[in-house]
Design a protein around this ligand. Structure first.
Ligand SMILES: [Zn+2]
Length: 442
């Protein structure tokens, strides 16, 4: 007797990202109703299950879809607009003026579509976003079938989406309520940074975060300058956030390049989730997140690309490689952040950060079928002694063959199944021309 399942995948290798750090050989995954029903040896799978959609993934590896825990998706339309500048010059003289001139619901829809297409093609099945018009980003992610956490931006000063922090908070609660039944997309508060949001709105966010169980994501300790400026008026930002009642397991601190002993204590004690964005930190010369030190103190660290305007791509495999290499240099220890740990940071730790590790982040029965298949037969991936090594230390984004989210195939043989890529490219070129001309009159 065999039972019928929706999809049956037979793979040469499976990296499930489990506690035992397994690498399974000649195993299969049975998928039913968007979920992983079983992970078992292929010879047993052939006796146990049948399916109309049975894929022989010879020389391919299955692993959980990657989770990009921090970014600004629509900023893909500003990719390459201003490079080689320090963070504050880049923000104040280039990014904020361009946002003031061009950001609209249409900009966010088109930019988010561009980002989602790039992320799916390179193996990302879930992303966290922080940008204006989060309602539009939530709709776009839902429409394209990718999992997401959408953080509503909150700043003291006027933005294209809200006139001040109070309006931002109010609108965030509305977006949260409108999306509460969405199983693919969750909503979080996105107070931009300690230097752009004052105490009163932060207190309000802390109480709503507690009452409505809405997570908070914030750029924190991005540069030494940010911390030094804050210290002039008393507290380091992490200490100030703890005093305001914001730190806790649902607080996601992005960047964290400056960590003294007291910061480390507060992060560990409050079970704060840290999101490390190594390539953005390197490009903006923001500093080095002490990943090895955080992990050894028991702090969960996940990975993000940040926006394409400061990276300049959304390739999380590349981020994983940079994170593993940089952690070794920063710790002065080649054993820091070994390959399997780097993969965990890009998958299960990302799910823990976003509070969805019961749903996704590893390949285990009962979890959503958020899976990617990778071609291990290319020149630069051979020979294969340990596939985990290739996943982290060689170029992998262009070897993603198939991508499933909730069991739905969104990339097949490297091609997007739901998105018209030529139309998307045409829109990106049109926005590029408009932004270059500085013309926002239509
Ligand atoms: Zn950011």
């Amino acid at each position: 007797m065999t039972s019928q399942v929706d999809t049956l995948l037979h793979a040469r290798w499976i990296v499930p990202v489990d506690a035992a750090q397994s690498v399974l050989e000649h195993h299969s995954i049975a998928i039913s109703q968007g979920k992983i029903l079983d992970v078992l040896p292929t010879d047993q799978a052939r006796q146990t299950y049948t399916s109309k959609h049975e894929l022989e993934l010879t020389d391919q590896l299955l692993m959980p879809g990657l989770i990009n825990a921090h970014g600004h998706a629509a900023m893909s339309l500003f990719r390459g607009l201003a490079d080689d500048l320090a963070l504050m010059t880049w923000l104040q003289e280039h990014i904020w003026p361009a946002e003031g001139a061009f950001v609209s619901p249409e900009f966010v829809r088109d930019g988010t579509r561009l980002a989602i297409a790039e992320m799916l093609k390179s193996g990302t099945t879930c992303f966290s976003d922080m940008y204006f018009y989060p309602d539009v980003a939530a709709e776009t992610a839902t429409e394209l079938g990718i999992r997401a956490q959408i953080c509503c931006p909150i700043l003291d000063f006027p933005t294209p989406w809200a006139k001040d922090a109070d309006e931002g908070i109010h609108k965030a609660v509305e977006v949260h309520s409108a999306q509460r039944h969405n199983t693919l997309v969750s909503i979080a508060f996105g107070p931009h940074a300690p230097y752009t949001v004052s105490d009163e709105p932060l207190k309000k966010i802390a109480s709503l975060h507690e009452e409505l169980q809405i997570p908070v994501q914030m750029h924190v300790h991005e540069t030494a300058f940010e911390v030094a400026e804050a210290e002039k008026s008393g507290l380091r930002p992490i200490a100030r956030l703890e005093k305001l009642g914001l730190l806790g397991p649902n607080f996601q601190a992005v960047h964290v390049t400056q960590v003294d002993d007291e910061d480390l204590d507060l992060l560990a004690k409050n079970k704060v989730k840290v999101v490390h964005c190594p390539e953005s930190n390197l490009k903006l010369a923001s500093g080095f997140c002490p990943v090895d030190k955080l992990l050894k103190a028991g702090v969960s660290v996940s990975l993000g690309t940040d926006g394409a305007a400061s990276n300049n791509d959304l390739d999380l495999f590349g981020e994983m490689q940079t994170a593993a290499q940089l952690a070794k240099a920063v710790a002065g220890d080649a054993a820091a952040v070994p390959a399997y740990e780097a993969i965990r940071m890009a998958t299960l730790s990302g799910a823990e950060c976003l509070g969805i590790d019961e749903i996704t982040g590893s390949l285990e029965s009962g979890k959503a079928a958020d899976i990617i298949a990778i071609d291990m037969s290319r020149l630069e991936t051979l020979p294969v002694f340990n596939p985990v090594s290739q996943l982290v230390y060689t170029r992998m984004a262009d070897k993603v063959n198939h991508v499933w989210v909730n069991g739905k195939m969104l990339v097949r043989d490297g091609l997007l199944t739901q998105i018209d890529i030529e139309k998307l490219k045409q829109q990106a070129r049109q926005w590029g021309e408009k932004i270059r001309a500085g013309d926002n009159n239509d």
